[in-house]
Write a protein that binds this ligand. Structure first.
Ligand code: AMP
Length: 110
C-alpha cells in the first residue's frame, strides 16, 4: 500500500537496518522501544492485521524470523505479541509481530 509506513520499510525506502530478512519477512527495531530489545517482524506483503492472513506458513515465518533476530541479539527470554485491532492496541495497520526482551515483564500485561 503506497501510504503504509511498514510497506515503505519492507521495500527498503526508509533505509532501516534489517536484523533479519528473507523473501517474505523483514525484522527491524521499533522506533519507540518499550524494552531494551523491542523489534518488529513484518510480512513484506501488506495485510491490515493477522485477521486477513490465511497463509499459516507466513504466520510461522513471522515467528521464526523474530526468534532468529532475538538469537542474533543474544536475548534468551522475551515476549512476542500481535496487537490486533484498535481496542487491543494496534496503531499501525500493517501486520506486525512485536518481540520484547531485556527486562522483566509482568503478567498479566494490563
Ligand atoms: P502497534 O501499536 O501494535 O500497532 O505497534 C506499532 C509499533 O510500531 C509501535 O510500537 C511503534 O513504536 C512502531 N512504529 C511506528 N512507526 C515506526 C517506524 N517508522 N519504525 C519503527 N517502528 C515504528
Amino acid at each position: 500500500m503506497s501510504n503504509c509506513i511498514f510497506c515503505k520499510i519492507a521495500q527498503g525506502e526508509s533505509h532501516k537496518e534489517f536484523l533479519f530478512e528473507d523473501d517474505r519477512v523483514v525484522v527491524f527495531r521499533d522506533l519507540y522501544p518499550q524494552a531494551p530489545v523491542h523489534i518488529l517482524a513484518i510480512p513484506r506483503a501488506h495485510f491490515h492485521s493477522i485477521k486477513e492472513v490465511e497463509d499459516e506458513t507466513l504466520v510461522g515465518r513471522l515467528f521464526t524470523a523474530a526468534k532468529k533476530a532475538a538469537e542474533k541479539l543474544g536475548i534468551k527470554d522475551y515476549r512476542m505479541v500481535i496487537n490486533t485491532g484498535p481496542q487491543a492496541g494496534q496503531s499501525v495497520f500493517h501486520l506486525h509481530l512485536h518481540l520484547l526482551g531485556g527486562r522483566y515483564m509482568a503478567w498479566p500485561p494490563g
